[in-house]
Write a protein that binds this ligand. Structure first.
Ligand code: ADP
Ligand code: MG
Length: 250
């Protein structure tokens, strides 16, 4: 493949994606391309299919129809080694899902050792680097229960980063946090965006979306209603459904 076609290939490419749970069609034909280094915020009402879309992008949910490509590899190809592809995709959830019986460092080293087969010293080194990135070096030996929610979420982000992902998916990463703790988590995400990480972020934080996103995607009823710059979608929405959703957030 030539340099040019490599550069032109989207990092995340969702084509004609449908997802049903039984008779309930939750995603009704999603097309979405995200380029390398782009930050895309996905907004929309509860139940519109945002989490399902994100989960289809790393095949935590299996699409009913359509294709998903990450870094040029088709995840929906039945012959793909899905574990190998998943290693390239970091995911951060609303609930931090840290192992409560492990220290912060152990939470970061365990998946590196199990999944990437890194030795103890290498895993510890990468853990320390990523704890420093999220500003939590001093908590290396702490247990999750002794940390604030915001600190736990930053550990969860560091844990995902320690795997060396090409893309990061965030599903409402600040929704479970007390308001005063949201800022520190968003600051870490801003840093990642600045560093050129490709990111797909489901969020209700409109200030973050306005300031950090390259694009904002508004979903409703399992379809993408609007996809554009933050100025277009948040600042000057074209669709009544988008306007209605945004007016209720204010
Ligand atoms: P959002 O994240 O936008 O709030 P979701 O993607 O979580 O929306 O959910 C969209 C719809 O899909 C909801 O009606 C929800 O009940 C349904 N749904 C999501 N996950 C499942 C599942 N595992 N089994 C059955 N229905 C599901
Ligand atoms: Mg959701």
């Amino acid at each position: 493949m030539s340099e040019k076609s490599l550069a032109a290939r989207p990092e995340i490419d969702v084509r004609g994606l449908h997802k049903s749970f039984g008779a309930n069609e939750v995603l009704k034909g999603i097309d979405l391309e995200i380029n390398q280094g782009e930050v895309v915020c996905v907004i929309g009402p509860s139940g519109s299919g945002k989490s399902t879309l994100l989960r289809c992008v790393n095949l935590l949910e299996e699409p009913t129809k359509g294709q998903v490509f990450v870094g040029g590899t088709e995840l929906t190809d039945p012959d793909v080694d899905i574990d190998a592809v998943r290693r390239r995709i970091g995911m951060v959830f609303q609930q931090f899902n840290l192992f409560p019986h492990l220290t912060v460092t152990e939470n970061l080293t365990l998946p590196q050792r199990r999944v990437l087969r890194r030795d103890k010293a290498q895993a510890a080194k990468v853990a320390a680097e990523n704890l420093e990135r999220v500003g939590l070096s001093e908590k290396a030996s702490a247990y999750p229960a002794s940390l604030s929610g915001g600190q736990q979420q930053r550990v969860a982000i560091a844990r995902a980063l320690a795997m060396g992902p090409e893309v990061m998916l965030f599903d409402e990463p600040t929704s479970a946090l007390d308001p005063e703790l949201v800022g520190d988590v968003l600051a870490v995400m801003r840093m990642l965006a600045r560093d050129g990480m490709t990111m797909m972020v489901v969020t209700h934080e409109m200030t973050f979306a306005r300031e950090v996103a390259d694009r904002v995607v508004f979903m409703d009823g399992g379809v993408i209603v609007e996809d554009g710059t933050p100025e277009q979608v948040i600042g000057n929405p074209r669709h009544e459904r988008t306007r209605h959703f945004l007016s209720r957030l204010l």
